[in-house]
Design a protein around this ligand. Structure first.
Ligand code: B12
Length: 204
């Protein structure tokens, strides 16, 4: 996959992504293929072996395949509902899509509100949908005291009955995190959380 990205071969990359999705279940695909691939892209970008154009092409292919997988899993409307987003200023949106996909696999009605979402927009969306879960993804680049401050402020303003879930490489790290927020370290932890909550195994 890295070779296809380096060669700007989006057709080959799309084929590899789709074939691995078909060969594996949703969770192993995300954990064993997509996550390491994105991390490799990040490392190659840092060491200069890939440039922005390669990263953008790779990200675009992955993003499209995650959206396609999400569409396939979307069932009839109804509870449990979840809103997925990232904090203002956070442009890394793939973790949010991956978390959404795991939850959709468990029968959650997932609404993707996208990255870099203003707090007031998110609060309006929670009020409109009355979703009980709001899942946020915080990247390595986005995590830190400012993200914690935004999360604390959001938690304080949440309507009754709504809970905030936060994950991603920058979500908490060594920081203590914000009281009242559900922190989950990985997609595996999310899968276990969703299984316990719904009593259902993940749909493929
Ligand atoms: C693609 C990418 C971008 C794209 C994002 C496009 C998009 N549509 O998402 C763009 C080009 C926008 C971008 C920009 C930047 N990026 Co960037 N990016 C990446 C890259 C290659 C992949 C990101 C990704 O999707 N990762 C997905 C997974 C792999 O991330 P994860 O957070 O570990 O999440 C996993 C789990 O924690 C969990 N999870 C995630 N979210 C959630 C949520 C819940 C609820 C749960 C339960 C679980 C969960 O599931 C994930 C999969 O297993 C990473 C490399 C990397 N290692 O991640 C760099 C990386 C994150 N970026 C980096 C940097 C520096 C930047 C910029 C500052 C660069 C710049 N100078 O402009 C900007 C910042 C933009 C901003 N303000 O947000 C650095 C951060 C380093 C650091 N320590 O700060 C990284 C690590 C690259 C590197 N090696 O240097 N980036």
């Amino acid at each position: 996959m890295l070779e296809a990205a380096a060669g700007l071969d989006s057709v080959e990359l799309r084929g590899l992504v789709l074939r691995s999705r078909e060969a594996l279940g949703a969770l192993p695909w995300l954990v064993e293929v997509i996550t390491p691939f994105l991390r490799q892209v990040g490392e190659s970008w840092t060491d200069g072996s890939l440039c922005v154009r390669h990263e953008h092409l790779a990200t675009g292919v992955v993003q499209a395949s995650l959206h396609a997988a999400l569409l396939k899993l979307t069932g009839p409307p109804g509870p449990p509902e979840v809103l997925c987003a990232t904090l203002p200023g956070e442009q890394h949106g793939l973790g949010m899509l991956m978390a959404g996909l795991v939850m959709a696999g468990h029968g959650f009605q997932v609404r993707i509100l996208g990255p870099d979402l203003p707090t007031e927009e998110l609060l309006e969306a929670i009020t409109t949908t009355q979703a009980p879960i709001v899942a946020l993804s915080v990247s390595l680049a986005g995590g830190g005291v400012e993200a914690d401050r935004q999360i604390r402020e959001l938690e304080r303003q949440l309507p009754a009955g709504a809970a905030l879930m936060v994950g991603g490489a920058g979500a908490r790290s060594v920081r203590r995190g914000v009281r009242g927020v559900i922190y989950l370290e990985s997609l595996m932890e999310l899968e276990a959380w969703a299984r316990e909550r719904t009593g259902k195994a993940i749909r493929e």
